[in-house]
Design a protein around this ligand. Sequence first.
Ligand SMILES: Nc1ncnc2c1ncn2[C@@H]1O[C@H](COP(=O)(O)OP(=O)(O)OP(=O)(O)O)[C@@H](O)[C@H]1O
Ligand SMILES: CC(C)(CO)[C@@H](O)C(=O)[O-]
Ligand code: BAL
Length: 305
Amino acid sequence: MPAPAAEPTPVPVLRTAAELRALPRRGRRAVVMTMGALHEGHAALVRAARQRAGAGGQVVVTVFVNPLQFGAGEDLDRYPRTLDADVVVAAGAGADAVFAPPVAEVYPGGEPEVRISAGPMGERLEGASRPGHFDGMLTVVAKLLHLTAPDLALYGEKDAQQLALITRMVRDLNFPVEVEGVPTVREPDGLALSSRNRYLSEAERTTALALSRALFAGRDAVAAGGAGPREVRQAAEAVLAQARRARPPLVPDYLALVDPAHFTEVPAEPGAYEGEAVLAVAARVGTTRLIDNVRLRLGRPGGVR
Ligand SMILES: Nc1ncnc2c1ncn2[C@@H]1O[C@H](COP(=O)(O)OP(=O)(O)OP(=O)(O)O)[C@@H](O)[C@H]1O
Ligand SMILES: CC(C)(CO)[C@@H](O)C(=O)[O-]
Ligand code: BAL
């Protein structure tokens, strides 16, 4: 009996730079870069890209787990790789093509000698906890921007420091591309969607809810009126302190209130800082490390996003 015909691929999956170059360009090209294991957060990025590219435009989704941005002891080997399912999600959200190169296609000469330096912002928060992470991230983003040559590239606000660094690289190095952020998609109970959530057991997931709860507590303190940086941090810290005692415990890495362009700490003195700020958190539950953040407006009571 003949083997059943394979399901048709919903959109072309391009594996090489040559295949990508051969993809006919159509209208405005928007790119969404991912490491795969796509979820509704990624789908929101693709839908935003589809909308921004317009009916006559083109949306390309990249799927590539970039070894250069993982440090020793991180989860490079166990990072979920689910390309077939990713293609279905990408196509369903409006992608026209998926670029999923093997490592040797992106780094044919092995690890590159020349890399992008993320500079001082790249050493703060995530950069302090994951040395070299942002140099590796920006290096692959630069390469993927060259390979895909988009008019527009979209990134999630969930990775706020990454988004700030990509915006900065594009500006500092004159990349001919527009960068746009897309708001964080959350589960109904507040947990930010993340590919790494699939590592969590049920009990770990319950503990992990403290990340978003801490951020919302900080944000609510501003919304209630009168809270300055100190009170925002205190409100969030109180939630984290409680979660440290949970079973399994939350192990916070950092909680920081920073300015969104440089990721430097907002001064604690009331009134010393006015405007948008990012309240960011990173923590471990078991062997899983998660990050999250919210934006808030300091200096004007009630102003919250
Ligand atoms: N919940 C989310 N809402 C909106 N965008 C998101 C969300 N999660 C990830 N993204 C964005 O999707 C893009 C690809 O991210 P990535 O593939 O690393 O997914 P991830 O879920 O953040 O994975 P990880 O768990 O490894 O951090 C990035 O721009 C990222 O900010
Ligand atoms: C931007 C990115 C695709 C670069 O590998 C990655 O850091 C991610 O998925 O956020
Ligand atoms: N979503 C950011 C990619 C990383 O954690 O390496």
